[in-house]
Design a protein around this ligand. Structure first.
Ligand SMILES: *[C@@H]1O[C@H](CO)[C@@H](O)[C@H](O)[C@H]1NC(C)=O
Ligand SMILES: *[C@@H]1O[C@H](CO)[C@@H](O)[C@H](O)[C@H]1NC(C)=O
Ligand SMILES: *[C@@H]1O[C@H](CO)[C@@H](O)[C@H](O)[C@H]1NC(C)=O
Ligand SMILES: *[C@@H]1O[C@H](CO)[C@@H](O)[C@H](O)[C@H]1NC(C)=O
Ligand SMILES: *[C@@H]1O[C@H](CO)[C@@H](O)[C@H](O)[C@H]1NC(C)=O
Length: 631
């Protein structure tokens, strides 16, 4: 069954509220070349008005921190925004919309230097802090800085191009995050365009440095990049994807202003930008790829992969340990699935049963409206009333369930609401592919994206009085830079989504065996990633072996699996972090239950975890401290 195979027509759909929102892609299941699906995108939008507060020097943000720490985290966050103009645009801060991220090697080194300066300040401040929330936030800040510092030597930023990322993909996103209301906004756009060739040269220089030191992408990751760049090589500006913001203007612009922007824009696009894309395209067409799919085949590759695993899982698990955990999980989950098959009276293997129900029309809605209504009923009438069974302090942010009828893919994604509550969190359901969205995965999918998954977790952070802005906003771009970048807390954020799916048991939502089966089919998919990611990157597995393993143990189609495996080749370690985070939450829950006995309260457990967004060792220490404070 298409495991929830959601997709995200993403970012273009967000441009409707210029200046009021920013977008963070929380999970990308896979993106194949160009128009194909971006799966499971979880997106967070925050009101720029609220965020701007932090930019005013000395002003207090929402969180109640001691003044020295407040100053330090504000300085840090403001530096991050200023240092990465594209991140600022993404966040909804438009002060730097005329600039690009500096992608030169010295820029990466100066980020390293700056991180060390902040770390010195953080360590100097530490002895002065005593409040628990101060110490927790300081710890997360130090983790941010140490993650960059420890990852920097591995130079992940030397491969800034792949089929999912680069200036053939990102430009349309960045345009959709910009605002176009005033003449100044258009001036910024033209300045940004005029500076684009410089960034394209930086990208080439990084790739060339990668070739020189042997840090190379595999051909799988580069598939389609040349064609993508070709799309920006134009002889008429109107043919460029960069032309789109110059096609519509606010009503109060005069024809003269419009013509002026269009004339200047066209000259930049054809005269400067297009030749720069041509140059990059020509370079990429002769780029040397690595022959082996394994990242460990690179010089120092074993250490790079270990650091990637540390980055995404925030643990020090070895590839072999993760592989074994994956195999054990696959066996365990398959056992649960087999039980359901026999409980239902079928004498079939799990793959046979999966193929049968996937093909059974009674498990599908026969039109888009009914699918949407089905999800709405689940979210509002079935799941939401059960949330108080396992949560206290439930966030106020509303959740809407809305149709996304774009043909770009199938499935679902989530956009969080604004800080001020003016816009609800939105769970988008792809209704175009209503006939590929089986009913038995709807519950598990709704719990992942909505409540108690990403919506509840993201809203909890937004509404928490203890969470400063740098913890609410993740630079959820540029996955290729891992492990040499600031953290994304993949294991926490995505582990929570997966963990939330399992709460269907405590919430009495999996009484129906088919719903339970759908839940396990999603879970086994994530467990397989532990096996094949480590298999390919550290244990000598071929691409075909990885595809075959997934085909054998999941109910997904060959096309989906091939796309998934290509993603694992391109972003080693990223996709396996979901299961690692989930298992940690499960382990901590079991520990709390065992040690606390009658004093254990699942609502309090969840509260402690949600307040601990960050690396998993922080979560563990917070849970342990809670256990010890109660028993
Ligand atoms: C970073 O710090 C090192 C050592 O202090 C120094 O040599 C280098 O020039 C600095 N680089 C940048 C780009 O600031
Ligand atoms: C720590 O507190 C002491 C005493 O109040 C003060 O002198 C010092 O500047 C503080 N250190 C930092 C880094 O704020
Ligand atoms: C159009 O109106 C907006 C909002 O009042 C204003 O910010 C902008 O400068 C105006 N544009 C022009 C071209 O005057
Ligand atoms: C289940 O099927 C297998 C082969 O398909 C057959 O050998 C076995 O007897 C069947 N078991 C039952 C209980 O029907
Ligand atoms: C699925 O249904 C189609 C059309 O009814 C049929 O041709 C195919 O054999 C079925 N596949 C399975 C696995 O049952």
């Amino acid at each position: 069954m298409t495991p929830a195979s959601p997709s995200c027509g993403i970012l273009s759909s967000m441009s409707g509220k210029p200046g009021k929102s920013f977008i963070i892609i929380k999970e990308i299941q896979y993106i194949s070349t160009f128009s194909r699906a971006v799966l499971y995108c979880i997106v967070v939008c925050v009101s720029v008005l609220t965020l701007c507060v932090v930019l005013v020097p000395g002003s207090a943000s929402d969180a109640k921190l001691s003044p020295e720490l407040q100053q330090l985290v504000d300085d840090y966050f403001n530096w991050r925004l200023q240092d990465m103009p594209q991140f600022a645009t993404f966040v909804g801060i438009h002060d730097y919309d005329d600039l690009w991220d500096d992608m030169s090697l010295p820029a990466y080194q100066s980020r390293y230097n700056k991180s060390q300066e902040f770390l010195v300040q953080a360590e100097a401040l530490e002895p002065n802090l005593s409040l628990h929330s101060d110490l927790t936030n300081l710890r997360v800040l130090k983790d941010d800085l140490l993650t960059y510092i420890e990852g920097y030597p591995f130079q992940g930023f030397l491969v800034p191009l792949n089929y999912m990322e680069g200036p053939h993909v990102d430009l349309t996103h960045i345009i959709s995050w910009m605002v176009f209301e005033t003449p100044q906004d258009y001036e910024k756009l033209l300045s940004r365009y005029g500076r684009l060739p410089e960034q394209l040269v930086q990208i080439q220089a990084l790739m060339e440095e990668g070739e020189a030191v042997g840090f190379l992408n595999h051909a799988i990751s580069m598939n389609g990049v040349v064609a993508g760049l070709d799309g920006f090589v134009v002889s008429v500006a109107e043919d460029s994807p960069l032309w789109s913001p110059l096609t519509t203007f606010p009503d109060n612009f005069t024809q003269e202003q419009i013509t002026d922007f269009q004339t200047r824009g066209a000259a930049i696009i054809t005269g400067q930008v297009s030749p720069a894309y041509q140059q990059l395209r020509d370079y990429v067409s002769s780029y040397t790829t690595r022959p082996d799919i394994a990242i460990t085949s690179l010089p120092n590759g074993a250490a790079i992969y270990r650091q990637l695993l540390r980055f995404h899982t925030s643990t020090s698990l070895t590839p072999e340990e993760i592989h074994q955990i994956g195999l054990d999980e696959v066996t365990r989950i398959e056992g649960e699935m087999a039980k359901i098959v026999s409980e239902l009276g079928y004498n079939m293997t799990v793959p046979e049963f999966s193929a049968m129900i996937k093909n059974d029309s009674t498990f599908y809605y026969d039109n888009a409206d009914d699918l949407l209504a089905g999800f709405q009923d689940l979210v509002y009438n079935v799941i939401t009333p059960q949330v108080p069974l396992v949560f206290t302090n439930i966030p106020q942010a509303e959740l809407s369930v809305v149709a996304d009828p774009s043909p770009g893919g199938t499935g679902a994604y989530y956009l969080s609401g604004s800080f001020d509550g003016s816009r609800p969190g939105v769970f988008y359901v792809n209704t175009y592919h209503y006939d590929e969205s089986p009913k038995y995965v709807m519950r598990t999918l709704s719990m992942h994206e909505g409540n108690p998954g990403h919506h509840l977790q993201g809203s909890h952070s937004i509404e928490s009085p203890n969470m400063p802005y740098f913890r609410r906003v993740t630079d959820d771009r540029n996955y290729y830079q891992a492990p040499s970048r600031f953290p994304m807390f993949t294991a926490f954020i995505e582990g929570w989504g997966l963990y939330a799916e399992s709460l269907g048991f405590e919430m009495s939502l999996y009484d129906d065996p088919y719903d339970r089966y759908g839940h396990y089919s999603e879970e086994i998919f994530r467990a397989c990633r532990l096996v094949v990611d480590t298999g390919m990157h550290a244990l000598g597995w071929s691409w075909q072996e990885a595809v075959d393993f997934m085909l054998l143990h999941t109910a997904s189609s060959r096309v989906e699996i091939e796309n998934e495996v290509n993603r694992y080749v391109t972003w080693p370690g990223q996709a396996l972090a979901y299961k690692i985070g989930d298992l940690k939450f499960m382990e901590l829950k079991a520990r709390a239950m065992a040690e606390m006995g009658a004093s254990y309260d699942i609502k309090q457990f969840h509260e402690v975890v949600l307040e601990s967004v960050g690396p998993l060792d922080l979560v563990e220490d917070e849970v342990d401290a809670w256990i010890n404070s109660v028993i």
